[in-house]
Design a protein around this ligand. Structure first.
Ligand code: ADP
Length: 151
C-alpha cells in the first residue's frame, strides 16, 4: 500500500493545493492531508476550520484523509507507516526551499519526497495571497475550493 502525506499549513486550502492533492490521489493508494500545528505561528483560520474546509472539498474521495499533527513530518511518517511525502512546486523559490527540507528529511529517515509541478492555471496562488484578499474584502472565491467560505 503506497501511502503519502501532503503536509502544510493550509491557511486556507487553495485551488493550488487542491490540484496537487487530486493528482496525488492518482499516484498513491492513500493521501493523508496533514495540517502541521506550530504553536508559535499565528493563523487566520483555526485548525478545525482548516480541517473542515479540506474534508468538505474532498468528501467525494475515499482515498483522502485529513489529520493534524505536531512535531517532525518524518516522525509522523514513521509512526503511521507513510513512505512518501508529497509536495508542490510553483517556482524556483519553492524549489530551493523544498530541496533543503527534502535533503534534511532524507537524512532523518528513508522517506522519499515526491514533487509535482503546479498546474499552470494555479501556479500563482498562495495561501498568503488568499489571506490578503480576504483581509481587504476582495473576491477570494476564485482562488479556493467552494468549501472555503467566510461567514
Ligand atoms: P507551508 O506554509 O507549510 O509551506 P502550504 O500550505 O503553504 O504550507 O503548502 C503546502 C504545500 O503545497 C507545499 O509543498 C507548497 O509548495 C504547495 N503549494 C502551495 N501552493 C501551491 C500552488 N498554488 N500550486 C502547487 N503547490 C502549491
Amino acid at each position: 500500500m503506497k501511502r503519502a502525506i501532503f503536509p502544510g499549513s493550509f491557511d486556507p486550502i487553495t485551488l493550488g493545493h487542491y490540484d496537487i492533492i487530486e493528482r496525488g490521489v492518482k499516484l498513491f493508494d492513500e493521501v493523508i492531508v496533514a495540517i502541521g500545528v506550530n504553536a508559535s505561528k499565528k493563523y487566520m483560520f483555526s485548525i478545525e476550520e482548516r480541517m473542515n474546509f479540506i474534508k468538505e472539498a474532498f468528501k467525494h474521495e475515499p482515498k483522502i484523509t485529513v489529520v493534524s499533527y505536531k512535531g517532525l513530518t518524518v516522525d509522523f511518517c514513521k509512526e503511521n507507516n507513510v513512505e512518501y511525502i508529497l509536495r508542490g512546486l510553483r517556482n524556483p523559490a519553492d524549489f530551493e526551499f523544498e530541496k533543503a527540507i527534502a535533503h534534511t528529511n532524507r537524512d532523518l529517515a528513508p522517506i522519499e519526497t515526491v514533487f509535482l509541478l503546479t498546474a499552470a492555471k494555479t501556479s500563482y496562488i498562495a495561501s498568503s495571497i488568499v489571506r490578503d484578499v480576504i483581509r481587504n474584502n476582495g473576491d477570494y472565491t476564485k482562488l479556493v475550493p467552494k468549501s472555503v467560505r467566510i461567514k
